[in-house]
Structure formats: structure tokens, C-alpha cells
Design a protein around this ligand. Structure first.
Ligand code: IPE
Ligand code: IPE
Ligand code: MG
Length: 237
């Protein structure tokens, strides 16, 4: 079996900030803050490695169920992150896309998210997708609505709706399917993340909490991926 190259598209469910905070007997908001440091390092490394797309799950449509204090802390961090990092990311030629419903976000955050996309739209380096107010089922329903609207207007016929047409209405339009999905903290579920795009993804569940996920752990996951035998339903030998 030959060793695979690096994944083209890595997706990460950054999980475990809450448990990390609990372990260190500090507020959950500080766990999230520590998690942002990990995120910075992983983005930088992915860009340096020449990975094509990196998708990070930052806030799900279900995360609104958390306490108002925790949601406010996450919204604050988000705004802080986009304000402080945008220059460096732009300099690194990173193209930012937000996956999820930006218009359902508070005013300032919404503006920062639109600005990040607009400012980096001509960049040609790492495709950095940040999933915020994202749910995979909502994304699929939105795609179905868009296709139905086109059909009603007569722009397409129902029989034109194939996998490519559907994929073209997803937030990840134009990017390769996920090759490697990493979820930290030991949880082994998708939590409504990229259900369509992960159809043939390889999964890695490193047992560390997100704030402890360092570059060595990232490389371990990438190496594990390179030793997988991906068959896509066929046979390799
Ligand atoms: C992931 O960490 C970050 C977000 C969901 C925003 P969690 O906050 O889910 O951490 P745990 O699962 O409680 O440890
Ligand atoms: C998924 O993690 C969402 C993010 C990492 C942003 P959660 O911690 O919200 O998922 P569940 O609730 O454990 O499934
Ligand atoms: Mg969690």
C-alpha cells in the first residue's frame, strides 16, 4: 500500500474547551480563550504545510442553547479574533469563508464576518472555512430551497438536480470533499457538521482536549491519514 499524500481538505471539530476549563478550575470563557490559541497555531501550520482547505467548527446552530453568559463570551471572542487576526491572515494570503448563517449573528459579529470574507476574497492561499452559526441540516435545507427556487423560475429542470448541482449550493461550493475529519476530546460524533461533505472522509478522534491539541498531535492525525487505505467503494490492489 502506498502512502497517501496530505489531505486536501481537513475539517476539525474543536471540542473540549469546557472540560479543559473545568480541569484547570477556571471559567469556561477562559477555556474558550485558550482554545483560540490552538486555533491560531493550527491555521498557521496548515497554511505552511500547503493544505488546500481547512474547515473549523467554531459555533453550531445548537450552541445557542448554552447559557447567555457562555454565548456572550463566545461572541466576544469571535469579534476579538476577527478584529485582531484579519491583517495577519490576509498577509498570509488566506482566503476566509464563513460557513453558516451570518445574518443570524449579532450586528457587530455579522459585520466582522462579512468584512473578513470580502477582504480576503482574492487571496489564493489556504482556504480557511470557519463554521459559525452552522448546522449541516440547515445547510442542506438551504441548498434544497435554492434549487427549488431556480426550478420554479425555470432556470433548471428537476432532472438537472444531481450531486454536482446540490454540492454547488453548499457553503463549501468549489472546494474538495473533506478528506480528514478530526474531532478532539474523545467524543465520536459529527454534531451536525458537514454531513454531505464527509461522505468519504477518514476520521481521527485524538483523545486530547482542544486547548491541548498541539502541532505534534496534529501531525499524528495527518500521519494516520496518510496510512489509511482509501477505497471509495472500489479495490486498490
Ligand atoms: C468546543 O468546546 C467549543 C464550542 C462548542 C464553541 P466545548 O465548549 O464544547 O467543550 P466541552 O465539550 O464542554 O468540553
Ligand atoms: C460541536 O461541539 C460544535 C463545536 C465544536 C463548535 P459541541 O460540544 O457543541 O457538540 P455536542 O453537543 O457535544 O454534540
Ligand atoms: Mg463540546
Amino acid at each position: 500500500m502506498s502512502e497517501l499524500p496530505l489531505p486536501r481538505h481537513v475539517a476539525i471539530i474543536m471540542d473540549g474547551n469546557g472540560r479543559w476549563a473545568k480541569q484547570h478550575k477556571i471559567q469556561v470563557a477562559l477555556g474558550h480563550r485558550k482554545g483560540v490559541e490552538t486555533l491560531r497555531a493550527i491555521i498557521r501550520e496548515s497554511s505552511d504545510l500547503g493544505i488546500e482547505s481547512l474547515t473549523l467548527y467554531a459555533f453550531s446552530t445548537e450552541n445557542w442553547r448554552r447559557s447567555p453568559e457562555e454565548v456572550a463570551a463566545l461572541m466576544g471572542l469571535l469579534l476579538e479574533y476577527f478584529t485582531s487576526e484579519i491583517d495577519e491572515l490576509d498577509e498570509k494570503n488566506v482566503r476566509i469563508r464563513i460557513l453558516g448563517d451570518k445574518d443570524g449573528m449579532p450586528e457587530k459579529q455579522r459585520a466582522a464576518l462579512y468584512n473578513a470574507e470580502e477582504r480576503t476574497k482574492n487571496n489564493t492561499g489556504l482556504n480557511l472555512n470557519i463554521a459559525i452559526n452552522y448546522g449541516s441540516r440547515a445547510e442542506l435545507a438551504r441548498a434544497a430551497r435554492a434549487l427549488a427556487a431556480k426550478a420554479v423560475k425555470g432556470e433548471i429542470k428537476p432532472e438537472d438536480i444531481d450531486e454536482a448541482a446540490l454540492s454547488n449550493e453548499l457553503y463549501t461550493k468549489g472546494q474538495p470533499d473533506v478528506d480528514l475529519l478530526i474531532r478532539t476530546s474523545g467524543e465520536m460524533r459529527l454534531s451536525n457538521f458537514l454531513l454531505y461533505q464527509c461522505a468519504y472522509a477518514e476520521f481521527e478522534f485524538p483523545p486530547v482536549l482542544w486547548p491541548d491539541f498541539d502541532l505534534a498531535a496534529y501531525h499524528e492525525a495527518l500521519d494516520a491519514f496518510r496510512h489509511r487505505d482509501r477505497r471509495f467503494g472500489g479495490r486498490n490492489s
